[in-house]
Design a protein around this ligand. Structure first.
Ligand SMILES: Cc1cc2nc3c(=O)[nH]c(=O)nc-3n(C[C@H](O)[C@H](O)[C@H](O)COP(=O)(O)OP(=O)(O)OC[C@H]3O[C@@H](n4cnc5c(N)ncnc54)[C@H](O)[C@@H]3O)c2cc1C
Length: 295
């Protein structure tokens, strides 16, 4: 395994300077837990310059912004840091849950949320909760600086629209879950550690002030398609409707209907499809229970 050079950027300016000088040969690396494994299967391109963005201070923070309404997470924040963050536990619980169960402690200490998203696996443990939380990613290049809805980043299995030779995700942002809201992540896996999930379902639920009806719902499931899936019909079947067990069942059934899992080492298609309904139901019910609502 060989690369031409390994540069550790201390600022975004330094990173883009390296991209500019490398003339298309730069490749962003953060924890390296996906990229280096991929190099074991396929050698890096000739002359590749690995550009380490994991030490850029601006990409390492977790902050409450927008007058308390928004959470901003640096793309180089590690899974261990997300799992330990009081801000994430309070305002983005599903993400804290995903970060705390992915891989194993050694992996969580270096794996970043930015790498998890750009690697674009349909059941990534950081990506599915971020999708349910309605996150956007800040994608920066030498020419542009834009916020993009997370769901727009995924093109195919392992393929995102971010070009890591030219573009850097610097931050993610999502609405802070309010007092009348909660989020949940349900994970099905063969073991409790060191294994990718058989299935993940995340839900974010916000109720009206009297906690009688659903005001905002987002549900994300994976791996049930070639990209991380937002179960839009399931969420639509709840939004604006009174809170009831029937409504929860309707949404869980809609998520199952939209899911098209495939057979793989980690689970059969038929089993996964059945379990989409089960995990979606559990995710919504857990949100309601945390809000003190029993149906
Ligand atoms: C043993 C093992 C177990 C694992 N278990 C799990 C698991 O249970 N769940 C799970 O979801 N994943 C798991 N993974 C996969 C991996 O750890 C995660 O996807 C991790 O979050 C990747 O982050 P990273 O910082 O290591 O990414 P890297 O490997 O550094 O990068 C991954 C990709 O993203 C690009 N990239 C990284 N950061 C940026 C950025 N800021 N902007 C633009 N492009 C960027 C890189 O160029 C590369 O294409 C596991 C990996 C291993 C080796």
């Amino acid at each position: 395994m060989r690369w031409e050079a390994y540069k550790v950027a201390k600022s975004l300016e330094e990173a883009f300077d390296c991209i500019d000088k490398s003339q298309g040969k730069a490749r962003v690396i953060a924890g390296g837990t996906d990229l280096v494994v991929q190099f074991l299967e396929k050698d890096p391109e000739d002359g590749m310059v690995l550009l380490d963005v994991g030490s850029i201070p601006d990409m390492r923070g977790i902050e409450i912004a927008g007058g308390g309404k928004e959470i901003v997470v640096g793309a180089a924040v590690t899974m261990a840091e997300l799992a330990q963050s009081e801000i994430i536990a309070k305002y983005g619980r599903a993400l804290a849950l995903g970060a705390s169960v992915m891989g194993a402690p050694q992996i969580r200490n270096v794996a970043t949320i930015g790498g998890n998203v750009v690697n674009a696996q349909p059941a990534a443990d950081g990506t599915i909760p971020l999708l349910a939380l309605g996150a956007e990613a800040r994608v920066v290049s030498a020419k542009a600086d834009t916020w993009v809805a997370l769901e727009e980043l995924f093109l195919d299995v392992g393929k995102s629209s971010v070009n890591p030779s030219e573009q850097i995700i610097t931050h993610f942002r999502f609405k802070a879950t309010p007092e009348t809201g909660s989020s949940s992540l349900q994970r099905l896996a063969r073991r409790k550690a060191f294994t990718l999930p058989t299935l993940l379902a995340a839900a974010m639920v916000r109720l009206d002030e009297r906690k009688r009806s659903f005001e905002e719902v987002r549900i994300a499931v994976g791996p049930v398609a070639r990209t991380p899936m937002l179960a839009r019909e399931a969420a639509d079947s709840l939004r604006g409707y009174p809170v009831s067990r029937e409504a929860v069942e309707r949404a869980a059934a809609a998520a199952k209907q939209a899911a098209h899992p495939r057979d793989s080492l980690r689970g059969g298609a038929e089993y996964r499809k059945e379990m989409v309904e089960v995990l979606t139901r559990r995710a919504i019910l857990e949100c309601l229970t945390l809000l003190g609502v029993n149906v």
